[in-house]
Design a protein around this ligand. Structure first.
Ligand SMILES: *[C@@H]1O[C@H](CO)[C@@H](O)[C@H](O)[C@H]1NC(C)=O
Ligand SMILES: *[C@@H]1O[C@H](CO)[C@@H](O)[C@H](O)[C@H]1NC(C)=O
Ligand SMILES: *[C@@H]1O[C@H](CO)[C@@H](O)[C@H](O)[C@H]1NC(C)=O
Ligand SMILES: *[C@@H]1O[C@H](CO)[C@@H](O)[C@H](O)[C@H]1NC(C)=O
Ligand SMILES: *[C@@H]1O[C@H](CO)[C@@H](O)[C@H](O)[C@H]1NC(C)=O
Length: 598
């Protein structure tokens, strides 16, 4: 749930309320943990010893400045073990709240996923209770406990936790007003959280980890995942355990800011969302005139180089020329097919969730110790991030490229009805993303992906990158149909290797091989044309083989680099024909392939 707040702040004239100093932890290094309200002995415990009544404190000698307080809870999903609690980071000064739901399938084997909402400043309980959590807020007053069980929850097949971060969001709080005001700072606390989470919930250690979120998550997650990846390298070098970071999922995210307004124009005034645009023609004409100026101002002051003052002026110009028309229309900024109802977040659910989470009984059930009442999005956190121009200051897409180059799988998906962080803007930045798979990605054709026999959206995949649209869904996939689709998408993301080798998928398997092969040939021709012949045909063949037998790739490459001499490129085609016939794939490339495969 991205910056409704921030947009409002901008529309209201961008007054910066305060400039917070970064605060250092109050208790550093060897000082004893100062955790208020916990009398339990601090030691490394098994989850099985955690109780419903009081917090059990878990700590680890390697993280002397952090501890987890956790309790069991009857919240939301009676079919699984549910834990809620706080991670106390930075010597106990910051308390990050989380909900943890075991998988409904096989908690002992299933992957682990983290979900965060955006903002910056919005609580992950919004995603939990409105979108993909094990229960949804009861809007019809039919349930005695305030929630309704959600059969399509993502914990259907994954252990999932919802984290309120950074400090100040949702039920997370700080003792002495410590704040986190940039994504890069937030990454450190999230990494601390993940590390101690896996140390404490040690039965999940080593399990594949997926980082997921939406909206401002498009800025958060690439930075968080990169920090995790880099810290893994440090840990490896020191012989410590690593976090098994496997994939990153971003829904309706804001990542590369350069395409945002062009996308919004297409959603509002083009046919990217609705067959017939709803906006006044006169408004669209004004927008169309302003767009190149907005783009140019952003390019000069935010993108090519970042200048805080001028970038803010550019963004203010873009918002006033290209966003006010939409807000004035009264439509829901997260779903063009609906009107904005309730508060600035445009959904009635927001008020209902606040009401539910503020009830003393709910707070008790969850073990909330935050001194403040709940708010869906923290105004202070949003303002603090805005004061650093966090959304514009760092090109988050570069983190994405860095992760892709290192084999971290990435799913960028977007509901087609969202205006705020719309699918067109996402498509545009993914198209121009600068990474080695770019040419392959752009050469791929769009394919429909299908759920229950119906088209769910369109998708494209190259290497570890998947882009997918979800037809008719908004920013928040609150309708179960969309959650169901998303769940299907997710499952496919999470099991690509087994799919690749499964016999049922041989058609797709062959197709991917062919595509990859065509792409390699294309690269080769280009290299020849530009005068540098790839000297190692074996490398090329191995790349192809690698798509067929991913697990072998590494071994083959090592063997090759150790032993094989370079060979002339004219050997490639015959060599590959032989390989292809050996692989048992049909000889002619398959033209159309309708189902989606991750
Ligand atoms: C902490 O552990 C020690 C030894 O195991 C025990 O004697 C003591 O009563 C415990 N304290 C609390 C508060 O549980
Ligand atoms: C929900 O229903 C209960 C009784 O079934 C009633 O007491 C309560 O006022 C209702 N709440 C709302 C918000 O309608
Ligand atoms: C809450 O009530 C609903 C319907 O009354 C039920 O389906 C659900 O399992 C309940 N949730 C919990 C946590 O007991
Ligand atoms: C990460 O998870 C995969 C899949 O379960 C597993 O094969 C691999 O060994 C794990 N890696 C680590 C470092 O635990
Ligand atoms: C929380 O909300 C209640 C009821 O609206 C109010 O009485 C209380 O003062 C609020 N607490 C804080 C810390 O804002």
């Amino acid at each position: 749930m991205f910056a409704a707040l921030m947009i409002l702040t901008l529309l209201a004239g961008s007054t910066l309320s305060s400039f917070h100093d970064y605060q250092t932890p109050l208790y550093a290094g060897t000082d004893p943990l100062r955790i208020h309200g916990v009398s339990t002995n601090i030691s490394t415990l098994k989850l099985s010893s955690v109780t419903f009544d009081t917090y059990t404190a878990l700590s680890h000698p390697r993280f002397p400045a952090h501890q987890v307080r956790v309790k069991k809870s009857n919240f939301c999903d009676p079919t699984v073990n549910v834990y809620t609690g706080y991670l106390d980071v930075d010597s106990g000064a910051k308390h990050l709240f989380f909900y943890f739901f075991e998988s409904r399938r096989d908690p002992a084997k299933d992957d682990v996923m983290m979900w965060i909402n955006g903002g910056p400043g919005c609580s992950s309980s919004m995603g939990l209770l409105m979108e993909l959590g094990p229960c949804s807020i009861d809007m019809q007053n039919v349930s005695s406990n305030g929630t309704i069980w959600n059969p399509y929850s993502w914990n259907a097949e994954a252990n999932i936790f919802f984290l309120d971060q950074p400090v100040g969001v949702g039920f997370s709080y700080a003792d002495y007003g410590e704040t986190v005001e940039t994504t890069e700072d937030a990454a450190k606390n999230v990494h601390a959280f993940l590390s101690i989470f896996f140390e404490s919930f040690s039965q999940f250690k080593g399990r594949p980890l997926h980082l997921a979120g939406e909206s401002y998550g498009g800025r958060y997650l690439p930075a968080f995942a990169s920090y995790v990846y880099d810290q893994n390298q440090v840990a490896l070098a020191e012989g410590r355990d690593t976090l098994n970071l496997t994939s990153v999922l971003i829904g309706n995210g804001i990542t590369d800011i350069s395409t945002l307004y062009a996308g919004r124009y297409e959603i509002e005034c083009g046919t990217a969302a609705l067959d017939v645009p709803f906006q006044f023609i006169s408004t669209c004409v004004r927008m169309k005139i302003a767009l190149p100026r907005c783009q140019e101002a952003m390019r000069q002051n935010c993108v090519d180089q970042f200048d805080a003052m001028n970038c803010r002026a550019a963004v203010n110009f873009c918002d006033s020329e290209l966003s006010t028309g939409y807000w004035a229309s009264g439509r829901n900024v997260y779903d063009i097919s609906k009107m904005c109802v309730g508060d600035s977040l445009c959904y009635l659910e927001d008020a209902a969730i606040k009401d539910f989470l503020d009830r003393p009984a709910t707070r008790e059930l969850l073990g909330v110790e935050a001194p403040n009442n709940f708010s869906a999005c923290s105004h202070d956190v949003g303002t603090n991030f805005n004061s650093h121009m966090d959304k514009w200051a760092v090109p988050a897409q570069n983190y994405v490229a860095g992760l892709l180059e290192r084999g971290i799988r990435m799913l960028i998906y977007a509901g087609t009805y969202d205006w705020q962080c719309n699918w067109v803007a996402n498509k545009l930045w993914v198209d121009k993303l600068d990474w080695t798979g770019q040419a392959e990605y752009n050469a791929r054709e769009w394919r429909d992906w299908v759920v229950d026999g119906k088209k769910a959206g369109e998708t494209k995949k190259a290497g570890v990158l998947i882009f997918a649209t979800i037809r008719g869904a908004g920013h928040m996939m609150s309708v179960s149909m969309f959650v169901r689709r998303l769940t299907v998408l997710l499952k496919r993301l999470m099991a690509p290797t087994s799919r690749m080798i499964s016999l049922q998928n041989r058609r797709q398997w062959c197709l991917d091989g062919w595509r990859r092969w065509n792409f390699e040939v294309h690269l080769l021709r280009r290299s020849i044309k530009f005068g540098f012949v790839r000297n190692d045909w074996s490398e090329f063949a191995i790349g192809w083989l690698g798509t067929m037998f991913p697990a072998w790739l590494h071994i083959l490459r090592m063997a090759y680099h150790g032993h094989f001499p370079s060979s002339p490129s004219f050997l490639i085609l015959p060599f590959l024909s032989v390989l292809k016939s050996l692989s048992g794939c049909p000889v002619a490339p398959l033209d159309h392939f309708h189902s989606f495969s991750a």
